[in-house]
Design a protein around this ligand. Structure first.
Ligand SMILES: C[S@@+](CC[C@H](N)C(=O)[O-])C[C@H]1O[C@@H](n2cnc3c(N)ncnc32)[C@H](O)[C@@H]1O
Length: 171
């Protein structure tokens, strides 16, 4: 049994969350909701998914663990990056920021909105940030994510207008 700070019950033995699936950052497989990818792809026309498996790759050109997307050059690509959400996440965001400094390279990241982290303050604040309203339902998950998400775009001086899918739907 777990109680929140205000004393309310958030978990009981009888209705236990599967922490491995819902909370563990080790799973890494928070597959991008297709409508979010499609919305962004209409604007950016992505050419590379650097963190993928053959099954979940979002673009025809992609890197898996085997090729190690972190070790590859992203120069000249329009990159869609939804990285593994484990301990290595800072390395991916650092790579996204550095790649954004290279010629003709744009990196659009789908990330957990962890605004208290070093990587958020060191890198994300240099990009364009779109905080997503509500919680995303990632591929393969029956319920919404237990964390908020954000889109971060590099390079630092990216000049564009991002319209949220919900705003578009309201028009
Ligand atoms: C959050 S999932 C995103 C999957 C998919 N690209 C998407 O957007 O839905 C992160 C993926 O990165 C893969 N991955 C983990 N380490 C990697 C590495 N070093 N190089 C490339 N891909 C990696 C994982 O297997 C996982 O499929």
């Amino acid at each position: 049994m777990i109680r929140a700070l205000d004393g309310s019950l958030i978990e009981t033995k009888s209705k236990k969350f599967n922490r491995d699936v819902h909370w563990s950052s080790a799973s890494g497989e928070w597959e991008t909701p297709q409508h979010i990818f499609d919305h962004l792809d209409r604007e950016f026309h992505f050419t590379l998914d650097p963190c993928a498996t053959r099954e979940n790759a979002k673009t025809p050109q992609y890197y898996t663990k085997k090729e190690n997307g972190l070790a590859q050059s992203w120069k000249g690509e329009r990159v869609f990056m939804n990285p593994p959400y484990g301990r290595e996440i800072g390395k991916w965001i650092s790579k996204a920021w550095r790649s954004g400094l290279e010629e003709d390279t744009v990196v659009v990241c789908l990330l957990p909105a962890r605004t208290d982290t070093r990587w958020f303050h060191r890198y994300c604040t240099k990009g364009t940030i779109w905080f997503i309203k509500g919680r995303l339902k990632f591929g393969g998950h029956k319920t919404s994510a237990p964390f908020p998400s954000m889109i971060v775009i590099f390079p630092e001086n990216w000049k564009g207008i991002l319209v949220s899918p919900s705003k578009k739907a309201e028009k």
